[in-house]
Write a protein that binds this ligand. Structure first.
Ligand SMILES: C[S@@+](CC[C@H](N)C(=O)[O-])C[C@H]1O[C@@H](n2cnc3c(N)ncnc32)[C@H](O)[C@@H]1O
Length: 404
């Protein structure tokens, strides 16, 4: 066999035919769609996933006919029947259309490589017709690209608000981690997963906002100023926050500050402690037949404080899950208010302290027991009120074992 000639196809707006609606088609079609291809799918039956994509496809619900090749630039044959595949391949050859075959790559005129994408960089690996080897090499390259600072990333003059997740450093998103590795400046909160900082390059300027020399009120202005100034100096600034930047993270103010100063800003969501912390502790915030809603609220303002924006009466009437962040100090008042407005004092409840970290503590009881449970508990902690607190009770040991 001669050498391969690698190319990258620009499929935007071009028609691609996929024949077959099974697992191969299910894996290939999303990538074709995200490349902008107009996908014609020909198959009498398709997987549930493909059925879900049907409104983005031209699905011909029958077996292949030669007319399906009309206006087509590329064909992916993904049928089990080698005779049918052979015939489609022959017709493609006649019409000078490249044809990828899942059944027999040696008979195909085009191959799909193993691919890994890291932001704007796409690496495609072919291993002389050995797909397992291509995948193994691809995985190694992918690992290197996600572990090492990516010198090729060009984000100078930009701010990225990145959610660092609730504590476990592995709970940052892939994109968040990649951008962090490319940062020139990292502006971090007190609650960001410490181990993420360990991975920063030595030359990265690390600014701990807890140490900025300003009082509470001025601190946010100072953070905004630092973000804008560093970006204007051409740096790539990652504003690393605990959990998700927009869940009680003041991310919105920072986005506005950047926009007001014409600094491009992007947002990378994170796993919020409101969901991730109870989840890892074996408490799902919803559960079929138990809770059809969950409400996340900040408890840092007392319920009787005139500045409180929370409708406590409405909350007490709801049956679903309440997740309270920053609620330790006001917990006795919060519990008293919920009970006074009608929430059952016997409602199962839990407190999770330092969730998703090795220091995690989970305390369980009822709504009325929360103030005594909270004695000695230090922030950060999430309070969960609702039946979901005990719904996995008999299984939590098993979950712990599985994680370990
Ligand atoms: C200022 S809020 C920021 C929330 C964050 N943006 C998020 O999405 O998780 C801080 C509060 O989040 C909760 N929290 C954050 N990390 C936590 C953790 N690892 N365990 C328990 N609670 C946590 C606590 O209630 C803490 O007081």
């Amino acid at each position: 066999m001669s050498e391969l000639y690698p190319v990258a196809l620009r499929l935007d707006g071009r028609r691609v035919l996929v024949v077959g609606g099974g697992s191969v088609a299910t894996r290939r079609i999303p990538a074709l769609l995200s490349a902008g291809a107009r996908v014609r799918l020909v198959s009498p039956s398709v997987t549930g996933t493909l059925r879900g994509l049907a409104d983005r496809l031209e699905w011909r619900e029958r077996v292949f006919q030669p007319e399906d090749l009309e206006d087509v630039w590329l064909v992916q044959v993904a049928v089990d029947d080698p005779t049918a595949a052979q015939e489609i391949s022959r017709l493609c050859e006649q019409r000078r259309i490249f044809c990828i075959r899942a059944d027999d790559r040696h008979a195909a005129s085009a191959w799909t490589p193993a691919v890994t994408r890291h932001g704007p960089v796409t690496v495609a690996v072919l291993a002389g017709g050995d797909p397992k080897r291509a995948v193994a090499v691809r995985d190694q390259i992918s690992h290197v690209l996600s572990e090492t600072p990516t010198a090729f990333e060009k984000h100078g003059g930009t701010v990225a608000l990145v959610g660092g997740g609730p504590g476990d450093p592995e709970l940052i998103t892939v994109k968040g981690r990649r951008l962090l590795a490319a940062a020139d400046v990292v502006v971090m909160d007190r609650l960001v997963p410490g181990l993420l900082l360990d991975e920063l390059r030595p030359e990265v300027e690390l600014i701990d906002v807890a140490k900025l020399p300003y009082g509470q009120a001025a601190a946010q202005d100072e953070i905004n100023r630092v973000l804008v100034d560093r970006a204007r100096a051409g740096k790539f600034v990652v504003r690393l926050k605990g959990g998700d930047p927009f869940v009680f993270g003041r991310g919105g103010e920072e986005v506005l500050a950047c926009l007001e100063n014409d600094v491009p800003v992007l947002v990378v969501p994170g796993v919020t402690s409101a969901i991730g912390v109870p989840g890892v502790a074996g408490i799902p915030v919803t559960h079929r037949g138990v809770a059809h809603e969950f409400t996340v609220l900040s408890g840092h303002v007392a319920p009787d404080d005139p500045t409180s924006l929370v409708d406590w009466q409405a909350l007490a009437r709801m049956r679903g899950t309440l997740v309270i962040l920053m609620g330790l100090k006001q917990l006795p008042k919060i519990v008293e208010t919920l009970q006074r407005f009608g929430r059952d004092p016997g409602t199962p409840a839990a407190i999770v302290m330092e969730g998703t970290t090795r220091h995690e503590r989970v305390l369980k009881g009822t709504l009325e027991q929360l103030p005594s449970l909270a004695e000695g508990v230090k922030p950060p902690a999430v309070v969960v009120i609702g039946q979901v607190s005990e719904v996995l009770e008999h299984r939590s040991g098993a979950a712990d074992d599985a994680v370990a």
